[in-house]
Design a protein around this ligand. Structure first.
Ligand code: ACO
Length: 350
């Protein structure tokens, strides 16, 4: 059975740099508070009108496809991870297929928040190993800046997130010294609401619960999914219990990294690079200390780009590769934890 290798990688971040001080215009916060709690100095925000999650994905995918030495028309399947889709439906995969003038191939959207890229990579890996497809495009892109609460009320979340995209092309390889060794996927829905955006959604909001279906008028029937009152009460923004997320993240990150190493009879000292989802620099540093990894074994770039959810791992992986930190044959671990909760790891030989 062949393994999957990353044949090409690309990233894209918008040109517009938004520093911590730029946020002071909207909310009561400080550069010091943000840097101390999260490590973030600045993030990028997409152009208001010209850029979407899909267009950023196209930029990253174009580079990945070119570096793989193929054309968009040779891609057999698309897996697109995002929590900031251009439309509620259809997903971004088909929009990217259209934008890149690809053949009428399958396009799958993955909604797994911060672990979305590893879940997407794992799905693509199975298709490659089974021999079904030869060139799979895995894209992760997020335009968070359109869906955050920029008032002081939303500051604990808004300061963390940024926009950007990353992409890889997966291809089969018979080379036993290369490719994805294993992927490990987990979830625990018991804490789903701790880090979540509830609306628009089909869960019953409190005002819906108070009435029988027959008692709704026409306007109310049309407002169950998204209503003026939801917007008036800021229920259209993400919610997070930061300390609770921190507690579980620092437990699951090391566990899923060790799971990947143990499954392959490897140790932390074998790792050339560990790339954690860029959730928060404090979380990454905690994980690094727990696993006794050296500074040059962990790659972080949250300082420049903030937390770009699904896109953070392929952006960091691409940057690390472009800086020569990963060479052919190096052992790389990707690890993520996020909303759901879901967490995941992938171990690969570059
Ligand atoms: N600027 C200034 N003050 C702030 C800000 C801000 N941006 N945000 C919150 N505060 C204030 C709060 O209002 C609160 O004030 P109070 O004590 O007067 O009520 C105080 O700071 C502490 O608030 P907490 O929410 O408890 O803040 P905490 O110290 O826990 O830090 C943070 C928040 C950084 C999010 C932290 O909880 C954390 O690191 N959590 C981990 C989760 C995480 O990083 N998630 C990232 C996204 S999810 C993911 O990718 C997995």
């Amino acid at each position: 059975m062949p393994r999957s290798k990353i044949a090409g990688i690309g990233m894209y971040v918008p040109k517009n740099v938004f520093t911590n001080n730029d946020l002071l215009k909207f909310m009561d916060t400080t550069d010091e508070w943000i840097q101390e709690r999260t490590g973030i100095k600045e993030r990028r925000y997409a152009d208001r009108t010209e850029e979407t999650t899909t267009t950023m994905g196209v930029e990253a995918a174009t580079i990945a496809i070119e570096r793989a030495g193929i054309t968009p028309q040779e891609i057999d399947f698309i897996v697109f991870a995002t929590i900031c889709p251009d439309y509620y439906f259809p997903g971004c995969g088909v929009l990217l297929q259209r934008a890149m003038k690809m053949k009428e191939i399958g396009a799958l959207d993955v909604r797994n928040q911060c672990s979305g890229f590893i879940y997407a990579l794992s799905v693509a890996d199975q298709f490659i190993k089974s021999g079904m497809y030869k060139n799979i495009l895995v894209v992760a892109s997020e335009k968070h800046s359109f869906g955050l609460d920029f008032s002081t009320r939303g500051r604990n979340i808004t300061v963390i997130f940024g926009d950007g995209a990353g992409a890889v092309v997966l291809q089969p390889t018979e080379d036993v010294n290369r490719g994805i060794l294993s992927t490990h996927l987990h979830s625990d829905g018991n804490n789903a609401e701790i880090l979540a955006m509830y609306n628009p959604g089909t869960h019953a909001n409190h005002w819906v619960k108070e009435k029988k279906l027959a008692d709704f008028d026409e306007a109310e029937m049309g407002e169950m999914f998204m209503s003026h009152s939801m917007i008036d009460n800021a229920q259209n923004f993400p919610n997070m219990d930061g300390p609770a997320v921190f507690k579980v993240a620092v437990e699951k990150f090391p566990a899923v990294i060790m799971e990947a190493l143990t499954a392959n009879n490897l140790q932390t000292t074998d790792l050339k690079l560990m790339i954690p989802h860029q959730a928060n620099l404090r979380i990454s540093q905690f994980v690094q200390r727990k696993l006794k990894l050296n500074d040059d074994q962990v790659y972080n770039n949250i300082q420049k780009f903030g937390n770009t959810t699904a896109a953070s791992i392929p952006i960091a992986l691409c940057e690390a590769w472009e800086q020569g930190k990963i060479k052919e044959g190096d052992l790389v671990c990707l690890a993520a934890f996020g909303s759901g909760f879901t967490w995941a790891s992938a171990l690969l030989k570059w």
